[in-house]
Design a protein around this ligand. Structure first.
Ligand code: AKG
Length: 258
């Protein structure tokens, strides 16, 4: 079976459905550092994910997001693998794992699943990469992130901004930008309908943006890292008994909990 993009036969052996990226999707990942899978998550699944997002946020109150990072004015969530069954299929999505495998070119595991929803007037972050590994032109990458749009992402509600092609620049963003909060002439916003998923190279410079109109902009960040590096959320440490009971062998492998 050709898992083409994943370069990890274990995923196919454990039952991951094959998914081949189109030539255009590969080109975008190579040259721009990101691709948007438009309208790929059905309405009822989006509804369930939104519902789970809001439930976790309300139940956790001030502690929401604390396992990874909290941010003023942003409804942040973390460790979603253990917070609701609705999130189980997110990190096992075949098109996502295919895109991740295509970029990383070696075995990988889940880094973390977090939530992020900037409220009105909030959300602006400094442009950053999601890895500490400086980019080496022609070299390999270690992280891929994805942005699950649970609401429409628009330029007025703080859709993620990103600098296309920045994963190809040698070194670190700090070598290039003095003011990382400032708008950049070449930045684009990852806009899309609810149910779309953007996948981007962890070396691409990006950030959350100001939510000007205050409409909900809930997203899940589902990130992956090469197997030899440490996860953002150590899944073995955080794994709850009720999560463990429902995990398939494929899920256990992707989480790296054995
Ligand atoms: O949700 C977003 O728009 C991006 C957030 C982000 O990059 C982060 O929290 O590090």
């Amino acid at each position: 079976m050709n898992h083409g993009e994943t370069t990890d036969p274990e995923l196919g052996r454990l039952g991951l459905a094959p998914y081949l990226l189109s030539t255009e999707q590969r080109r975008q990942l190579d040259e721009l550092g990101y691709v948007i899978f438009e309208d790929v998550i059905g309405e009822s699944r989006v509804y369930d994910l939104r519902h789970a997002f809001d439930r976790v946020f309300v139940e956790e109150g001030e502690a929401a997001g604390a396992e990874v990072a909290q941010m003023d004015g942003v409804r942040r969530l973390a460790d979603l693998v253990n917070k609701d069954e609705a999130f189980d299929s997110v990190y096992l999505e075949p098109f996502l794992l295919a895109a991740v495998g295509y970029v990383l070119k070696r075995p990988f595991k889940l880094h973390s699943v977090n939530g992020h929803d900037p409220t009105k007037g909030n959300g602006l972050q400094s442009l950053h990469a999601d890895t500490n590994q400086p980019a080496v032109p022609g070299g390999t990458y270690d992280v891929v992130n994805s942005m699950w749009m649970l609401d429409d992402f628009t330029t007025s509600n703080g859709a993620t901004r990103l600098i296309p092609g920045s994963h190809l620049k040698a070194g670190s963003i700090r070598d290039y930008l003095e003011d990382r909060e400032a708008d950049q002439p070449d930045q684009v916003h990852l806009t899309g309908k609810a149910g779309s998923v953007a996948v981007f190279n962890g070396n691409v410079w990006h950030s959350s943006y100001t939510n000007l109109d205050g409409s909900p902009r809930r997203t899940l960040h589902c990130a992956f890292i090469v197997r030899e590096h440490a996860q953002q959320t150590n899944q073995r440490e955080y794994l709850r008994l009720e999560t463990a009971k429902r995990l398939s062998p494929l899920a256990r492998y992707v989480l790296d909990v054995d």
